[in-house]
Design a protein around this ligand. Sequence first.
Ligand code: HEC
Ligand code: HEC
Length: 304
Amino acid sequence: MNTGWSIFIIVVTIANILGCWWLLHWSSKHKADIADSDTTGHRWDGDLQELNKPLPRWWLILFNITIVFGLVYLVLYPGLGNFEGVYKWTQDKRYQSELQAAEAQREQVFAQFAEMDFDALVREPAALQTGQRIFANHCAMCHGSDARGAPGFPNLRDQDWLYGSDADALHTSIADGRQGVMPPFGSVLGEQGIWETVAYVQSLSGQNASPGLVEKGKAHYQALCIACHGPEGRGNQILGAPNLTDDIWLHGGSPDSIAAAISEGRTNRMPPHKELIGEQRVPLVAAYVASLSAADADHGQDEH
Ligand code: HEC
Ligand code: HEC
């Protein structure tokens, strides 16, 4: 606000208050001229009259108090043009201080969790509750609100882990993200070779497959796949290569879906969440995930 406007507002505000005070003073001084029985001369409904009485004393006192309050307020707080007020109060400072207070309170809550080790967090209901909220806000859109996943998005409740379920593995998955890369083998294997390999992969998890194809597929598997999926097909958690023997599928266990993985490869990405949710929230949501799969293991619900 420029100085001209500021002065204008100051003058109008002060003039208004002084005007009110003068009006009050003037009208109370003139009450001596009025007799108690005087009326304003107005008449309604035949005999209703309006008396011309001075303002009651309590009302005048109240009015004076509001004028004094207004003046004191304008000295302490901003209200007169550019004058900041003695307290130098601003909305922004107020907002900042409330923000700081809220942040400090949150820090305190997290500090209490920061001292606990992972196993203790998994057993601490308050930590799991916070973890659940973080999960609902940041993870449920990919892994599902019940954490059971969807094709391409791993189920986090079962006992089948691409990268592992101990505290460190969960922390790395969540904080730094993961990228699973399966290279395409379509051009190496050719149409026939792909279906032979599909048959062998099916046999690994006990699905029905023609023994003739399985035998040929096994040779392809040993040449091309054991480096990542292991000689017995149990996968490799360092690479995020899935276990192919457990009949739990990330992308789908139908022959078509297995064939697509083999011929085109699969690239899958879990985005890093360290910056997104903050480092101190990572152990809480990791503990929540661990608690879910532990609970399902107890109830024997990991069988599909
Ligand atoms: C944009 C989608 C997306 C979001 C958001 C997401 N994830 Fe993931 N997550 C994935 C995908 C995809 C994978 C599998 C990566 C792969 O195949 O290599 C994965 C893998 C994981 C794994 C490893 C699973 C295993 O079997 O080893 C964990 C643990 C995990 N996510 C937890 C979380 C948590 C906790 C959050 C929330 C803080 C989260 N994810 C948010 C997509 C997502
Ligand atoms: C360089 C390592 C690597 C090699 C070699 C490799 N894979 Fe994979 N494979 C992976 C990874 C990593 C994934 C998981 C991709 C993801 O995260 O979505 C995967 C996924 C798959 C899937 C999907 C599993 C599911 O649960 O949906 C199948 C099937 C598969 N591989 C079969 C094979 C076969 C058969 C071969 C050999 C012809 C092979 N892979 C060679 C790394 C590899």
